[in-house]
Each structure stands twice: as structure tokens, then as C-alpha cells.
Design a protein around this ligand. Sequence first.
Ligand code: S3P
Length: 175
Amino acid sequence: MRIALYGFMGAGKSSLGQALARRLNYRFVDLDAEIVKYTGKSIYKIFNEEGEIAFRKLEHQVLKELIKRDEENLILSLGGGAILQPNNRKLLELKDFLKIYIDVSVPELIRRLKDEKNERPLLAHIDNEFFSGFIEALHNSRKDVYEQHADMKLRIDKEDFETALNRLSLLLNVN
Ligand code: S3P
């Protein structure tokens, strides 16, 4: 089986993916980490120096490279914008990835992202007073696409990590 975890920034895709991969004995790959490896630059630096369009191109290129090996038993965690690009969705569908949407409530996303905003190129320049509104608006603009392309969905509000992981495992019938 090949699994792709996606959802908004701060949804916990990478940590859940890593832990799930351990349970399933699958290989875990984080797309953003692969982009960093491939370019030798941080995501922040790529956005700042080359802009978002260049980042999206790289994201697609690296995804294509990653999945062309037809590797089985793989869990891939995608950056929050990757699934929005039709060319990325096409690749995932071509390779029969099970697409799981990690759907975290907006208040919880705001809580999590507040402390990490400076590491994220899309958030770092947002003033604190506009932060919640910005997350809400960005989430609103993405949520329909997130919903539409989910083969499965894990809805999370304030659950702790272990509970979320157990629910994700249950969804997949893994104990
Ligand atoms: C992005 C999410 C980030 C990263 C980039 C753009 C987005 O990944 O790919 O900063 O457009 O939502 P995470 O979702 O892992 O933070």
C-alpha cells in the first residue's frame, strides 16, 4: 500500500506519518524534507529567494522523482499546498496512493501554528493581530479541495498525539 497524508500546515502530517510508518513497518518520506535534501536549501530560503511558483515547480519535480520507483509500503507526507496542484494529484492517483486528509479544526491549527510561524514562509510575515484571520481565510480557500480529494479523512480537534495516531491506525485497520 502507498499512503499520502495531506492537510493544512500544522496538521501533524509528518509526525503522524512517521509514527504510522513505524507501526506498519513502512518507509516514511516527508516531501518537504526531500526538497530540502534535493536543493540544499531550506523551504523558507527557497520561498524567499525564488518565490512560491518556483517552489511549486520543485515540489512537483521532487514528488515525481520520488514516486517513479513504484515503491510499495510507503507513507508520504505532503506539504500543505501540494495536493492543491492538479499535476501532483494526478501523480498520486497514477501510482494508486491512498490519500488521507488530516483535517484539524481551525482553532487548533491557530494554536499550533502561532509558535511556529517564523519557520513557515507563508506565515512569517503575518502580524500577530491578523494571524488568526489569515489562517482562517487561507484554510477557507483550501478546505473544499482538501475535502474533495480525500479517500479517507481523519478529523482532529484537540486530541493528543497518541489518540490521533490510534484513530488513524483504526481508520486503516492497523493495530
Ligand atoms: C505549505 C506548507 C509547508 C511547505 C510550504 C508551503 C503550504 O508544509 O510545503 O511552506 O502551502 O501550505 P507543511 O504543511 O508541512 O508546513
